[in-house]
Design a protein around this ligand. Structure first.
Ligand SMILES: [Zn+2]
Length: 323
């Protein structure tokens, strides 16, 4: 995680902490209107601080005893306030700020160490900006069920066995991922779980602290077109070049033009040359890739990518039949 990511996470915590304090003040004001005597009590509590301060400056022989008495008075007033809140049907801590992280009280630190919530917030933001957001939220390794892979392949092998092997391969790939890891080509018909496997890898790699971008081939081509033809000034394909892992989903569904072919080829080629990892999923067979994508893309994909075949029947259909 970068310095910027961490700063953004801390800035967000600062906002949350201030919001929690402000909300608490609003609740306090509301309570003062509703509960008789509370406003006066709060004034008494607030007056203790300045009294202690004055005492500290004046010093004197009886400083210890006087300071102790003031602290006792403060405690008694707080107890009285709690009783008053409870008597009126409120929790005794109703006036206190509610922090999103109870451990560090939204300061981001515990005992001078960075709290886990800072790291979690960086990871959450990374999920969001990776494209692995809401829609793919449940697509983790835990939710992959190999029992849906039934029957045999054309060559007579057990589909379940083969897919268990692919699953194991993907889990290890994700677990030991470092920038520059091999690139993967996930091949197989629609509904065989390629997107699910790829996004599960993406999630694990983000958890390890690396940058991941997940995007459909169609969107990638659209972004390049928008940038090239100035249709969208926000279009920024640079993330496709810089992330540690790029997942190009559904190659073959994008509109096939000279422009899209060279955009995809240049991107894949750039990543290979710079030692960056890419995962491509496609419904096309190797033969179809060869015909649709011309020699140079085909040779890049078949030569530099590890091919993972996804077999069996369409899982979405099997699930529908089972209902
Ligand atoms: Zn925390």
């Amino acid at each position: 995680m970068s310095f910027d990511d961490r700063n953004t996470a801390f800035a967000e915590l600062d906002m949350r902490r201030m919001k929690a304090a402000e909300d608490a003040r609003l609740r306090e004001r509301e309570l003062e209107k509703r509960i008789e005597g509370l406003a006066e009590l709060n004034k008494e509590i607030m007056a203790i601080g300045p009294k202690l301060l004055r005492l500290g400056m004046e010093g004197g022989a009886d400083y210890e005893a006087k300071s102790k008495a003031l602290h006792k008075e403060h405690e008694a007033l707080i107890d009285k306030k709690h009783d008053l809140l409870i008597k009126n049907g409120y929790p005794s801590d109703y006036d206190l700020p509610v922090y999103s992280c109870k451990i560090c009280k939204d300061t981001g630190f515990i005992d001078m160490k960075i709290c886990n919530c800072v790291r979690d917030s960086i990871v959450r933001r990374a999920y969001y900006s990776s494209g692995l957001g809401k829609a793919l939220e449940d697509q983790t390794f835990e939710t992959i069920d190999v029992s849906y892979y039934a029957g045999n392949t054309e060559s007579g092998a057990s589909v379940k066995e083969q897919m268990s092997y692919v699953l194991d391969y993907c889990k290890k790939y994700a677990m030991y991922f470092t920038p520059g890891a091999e690139s993967l080509l996930m091949i197989g018909g629609a509904g065989r779980g390629k997107t699910h496997f790829a996004s599960a890898i993406g999630r694990t790699v983000i958890d390890k602290g690396y940058s991941v971008v997940y995007e459909s081939a169609t969107n990638i081509v659209n972004t390049f077109e928008s940038e090239r033809f100035g249709r969208d000034l926000e279009a920024d394909p640079s993330k496709y070049y810089s992330c540690s892992l790029l997942i190009i989903d559904d190659l073959g569904t994008e509109f096939n033009t000279q422009f899209s072919l060279s955009a995809i080829f240049n991107l894949i080629n750039h990543r290979i040359i710079n030692g960056l990892s890419t995962i491509v999923t496609t419904n096309l067979s190797l033969k179809e890739i060869e015909t649709n994508y011309k020699e140079r893309i085909f040779s890049r994909l078949s030569g530099e990518f590890t091919v993972l075949p996804f077999c069996g029947r369409d899982i979405r259909r099997i699930k529908k039949e089972a209902r």
